[in-house]
Design a protein around this ligand. Structure first.
Ligand code: ATP
Ligand code: MG
Length: 245
């Protein structure tokens, strides 16, 4: 399909088309399209922009990544399709490892996602995944020298159980999830309530120009987790009441 560039939803339609194609290719799970739709709904409610509190969260995320000893970015199919070049940029800016983490895990999908990321310049951590996270289901798999040993994990579009399991293992967890009510956002150390194609380049850009001293100073004034959630909920409720006025 050729999407007309003057269509008011051009960007959104291009994203849908790329995810649909990636699903046909087997990179994105069919369930990934449902997850994207849930994200789109929340993006409408937020006004399809990066709200000021999310911008602040992206700056804090860059700071956390800059000072972490062993940061890891966990990448699933949707995130790889939507953000591979930005993940390469963020990896260069922070030295973070990149590990493929899948809910619907098959060796074939891991290989395809690894190839996609590698083609965009990401160095992907590889090895024999083990059942190391306290979870039932294949979500328990991760790499010992990757997510398992990380002190900080960035998990875009993660499922809530896995984010909680990482917190229980004592890690700091940054999430990117448009739904401020999701268990993912509510269990994160730092929830970024923003669309991944806006959030990822913003974090990378902050990290690329931030010194460690600046990072420490930003973190000394980092708001609590609940502030980021409340700010997103306030934005949504103000927009809803405004529309109804
Ligand atoms: P919970 O976190 O409550 O356990 P879940 O993780 O099982 O819920 P899913 O629908 O599987 O729920 O997770 C997908 C999440 O990713 C949704 O909350 C959705 O808002 C978010 N999401 C999907 N696409 C994007 C995107 N492009 N950018 C940011 N967030 C997105
Ligand atoms: Mg979730």
């Amino acid at each position: 399909m050729t999407i007309p560039v003057d269509h008011p939803r051009y960007h959104s339609l291009c994203v849908r088309e790329s995810l649909a194609k990636a699903m046909q290719d087997g990179i994105v799970a069919p369930e990934g399209l449902c997850a994207h739709g849930r994200g789109e709904a929340f993006d409408y409610l937020l006004g399809e922009v990066t709200i000021p509190s999310a911008k602040k969260a992206e700056q804090c995320a860059a700071a956390l990544l800059r000072v972490a000893k062993h940061p890891v970015i966990s990448v699933n199919g949707n995130t790889a399709v939507l953000s591979a070049p930005d993940i390469a940029w963020l990896q260069k800016a922070t030295g973070a490892m990149v590990e493929v983490g899948l809910f619907h895990r098959t060796e074939e999908r891991i290989r395809m996602i690894t190839d996609l990321l590698t083609a965009c310049g990401v160095v992907v951590l590889q090895g024999e995944a083990e059942r190391l996270l306290p979870l039932s289901h294949d979500r328990a798999f991760c790499l010992r020298n990757g997510i398992y040993e990380a002190d900080l994990v960035l998990v875009p579009l993660e499922d809530g159980d896995r984010a909680q399991a990482l917190i229980e293992l004592g890690k700091e967890v940054i999430t990117i999830d448009l739904n401020p009510l999701s268990r993912t956002s509510r269990s994160a150390t730092l929830p970024i309530i923003d669309e991944v194609t806006r959030a990822m380049p913003a974090i990378a850009s902050y990290a690329a120009s931030m010194t460690v001293d600046e990072a420490v100073s930003i973190l000394s004034a980092m708001p609590q987790q609940s502030w980021f959630l409340q700010a997103a909920l306030d934005t949504i409720s103000q927009r809803l009441s405004h529309v109804l006025d």
